[in-house]
Every structure is written in structure tokens, then in C-alpha cells.
Design a protein around this ligand. Sequence first.
Ligand SMILES: *Cc1c(COP(=O)(O)O)cnc(C)c1O
Length: 410
Amino acid sequence: MANATFDIEKVRKDFPILQRKVNGKDLVYFDNAATSQTPKQVIDSIVDYYENYNANIHRGVHSLSQEATDAYEQARIKIQKHFNAQKPHEIIFTSGTTHAINLVANSYGSFLKPGDEVLVSALEHHSNIVPWQMMCEKTGAQMKVIPMLNNGQLDMNFFHKEVSSKTKMVFVNHVSNALGTINPIEEIIATAHAHGAKVLVDGAQSAPHIQADVQELDVDFYTVSAHKICGPTGVGILYGKEELLEQMPPYQGGGEMIAEVSFEKTTYAGLPHKFEAGTPNIAGGIAFGVALDYMHSIGFNVINAYENELLTYATERIKEVNGVIIYGPENPKDKTAVLSFNVEGLHAYDIGTILDQMGIALRTGHHCAQPIMDYYQIPGTARASFSFYNTKKEIDSFIEALKKAVSMLS
Ligand SMILES: *Cc1c(COP(=O)(O)O)cnc(C)c1O
């Protein structure tokens, strides 16, 4: 799939927002782990939908409805092929990762019983913690935490010791959004399966960098948000194995998810519609497919290699700044392009505020992963996260701005 060449200047022209100024300075957008920017091709597909074939799907006999339905279902197939799911109906459209995890927690999670255990990694985003806490409270199942180590990686010895026949489910992200850690999900999935447990992998942070093959991973559930992978906000997917999705009760009731409704009894539609109640984000689903096409036109291998180069460069250069502490795996090979850091004696928030004055967008705070911050006993970090449309020149601007911020604040 990967093209041999990668013309960064041409790629940057695809992103209209990269031309703008912030506080009078060229925008340097390093908050890609929170949301990625959107190429013109994806924006155009949304405009095209609303200008030319806006209609509700799966219902109308009229032409617009059929065109919209075809485009939406084609997008599902693109997503299926991208993640190598066996069947299109194993891809459930959701509003994003948070919705996808809540769906599994409320549906598959309703099978949990008192005496059951679930294991959750300490590196999770709140959206892969809280829905399970709520479900454990309801069902009486017990949640155990796989602790993290100082290097930002999971304590796999603990995992191997704790996983048992009581373990019914394991929750782990493929990549930590706060630290960039790539978790050993192959090992976790194989071990969990050997004990009869199912695994939900939160792929929100891996999808922009790593093309996951759900069949090769043998993962049970995998979740993705389109807005982190050059798509629009408000759409994402749940991948689930067909046999599991078949067993699961619907999560939400409404239109589209039924076979027949009467006040005596309602029967449910088959997959994927059983889990897609109500009018979905049609334009968003279509645009998600276009975003994947766009990423493939560059190539995931090319993207990954280039982003790793940016990360390596930024990791070296940031060491020029006095008092910098970097969190997460030391070797850029063990993580995606996320640089989470603090400067001794300074607040991440103050650094972020001054950098914004210089046009540089970073994220500061706990990154929806407070347990990680508690582990390091810090309120938060500053996080620079890179994408394939960023450049070394932007990293240079960032380092110079950071040096200035540190001297202003010290
Ligand atoms: C962004 C993110 C989420 C939440 O995604 P939403 O799009 O806000 O639903 C969950 N997990 C990880 C690892 C993330 O990076």
C-alpha cells in the first residue's frame, strides 16, 4: 500500500487549517493525540453529501436515500477491509470510542456476575475505566488493575500472575494517549484467551499510526474514533467478533434496530443494525471511509516511519531544555509520536499558555488518564503529539519557544 515517496509540502497543502495563523504566528499543531486535522478530501466529501445526496438511509425507496445508503455501506466495507474484519457487519458505527466502549460495557458487560473478575490496565483513558466501573457496580463483578511501571509500560508479571479462570474480560489500550506506550496486546490477548477471558482493545490512539489486523490479533472487541485518524468528529466504530455480537443484547432501543415492534413484543434486527439505533452520523461515516483512503494514499508504513523520525528528533532536541523530565518509554521505538513532559519547578499549564501565545498548540493536564498522573504524583504533563503532516522545522520552532517559555517562567 505504501508509496515509495512522501511529499510533505504537498501533503500539508491538503490541510487548509495548517495555513492559518494563531496569535499572529504560524500555527504549529502538536495536539494530534486529542484530535487530528482534516484534509480537504475529507471536508469535500462532507460538503458533497449535504449538497448532493443528503437523505436518511436504509428506509427510502427514493434515489437519494439509496445513494446515501450505498455510500454509507461502502464506508463500512472500507473500514472492514482496513482492519481486516471477516464480515462488514462486524463493524458497528458509533459516535466514537467512548460510545463503542459503553456499548460493550452495557451489553456484553451485562453477562458479568458476582465472583467474576475483570482486569483493566493502569494506562487507560477514563473512557475505558469508568463504563466498566459502572458495570461492575451493577453486576457485582470485581475490577483489578494491571499496574504500570516507571518506564510507562505495563507490569506484565502482575498480569500473568493475576489472570485466572475468574477473569472474564481484560481492557487495555493498544497505545496510551498520555504517554504513547505501545502495549503488548498480542501477549495480553493470547494469555487472556488461554484463561477463557475476552479482550477489549481501545484502538483510539493506535489507529492513526498502526494498521491493526483484528483477525491476526484475534481481538474480541476493538474501538476507534474517526476524528483522530483525519476523519470528522462524532463518528467511530466498534469492531466485534460476529459470534459475540450475535449473543449480545442491544444497547439502545429505537428506530433502525428492530425487526418488528408491537406493544406485546419487539424483535430485533440482525447485525449490524441491532446496535445502530436511530439515524446515524451518515456524512461522518462516509467521510471516515474517505479519511482511510487518504491515509492509504500516503501509506501507513510511510506515516509510521516518518512520525518515528519526528519523535526521535524531538526527543533529542527537548533535552537541550534545562530541567526537562520525559514520561513514558525511553526508546521512541516503544511508542507512537507522543512526547509527554514537564519542566522541573514549572506548571505544564503555564508552559502551554505561553506556547499558545507563540502559535504552538500542545495539550496540558491529565489527558483523561488521571491514574497515570497519580502514579507519577504529578497533576499533569505537557504533551506534544506529532502527525505525518508535521515537520522538523516545526519541532525547531517548538524547542525555541519552549526555551523562551522556561526562561520567562523561571
Ligand atoms: C481519545 C481517546 C479516547 C476517547 O475517544 P473519544 O473520541 O473522545 O470517544 C479513548 N481512549 C483513548 C486511548 C483515546 O486516545
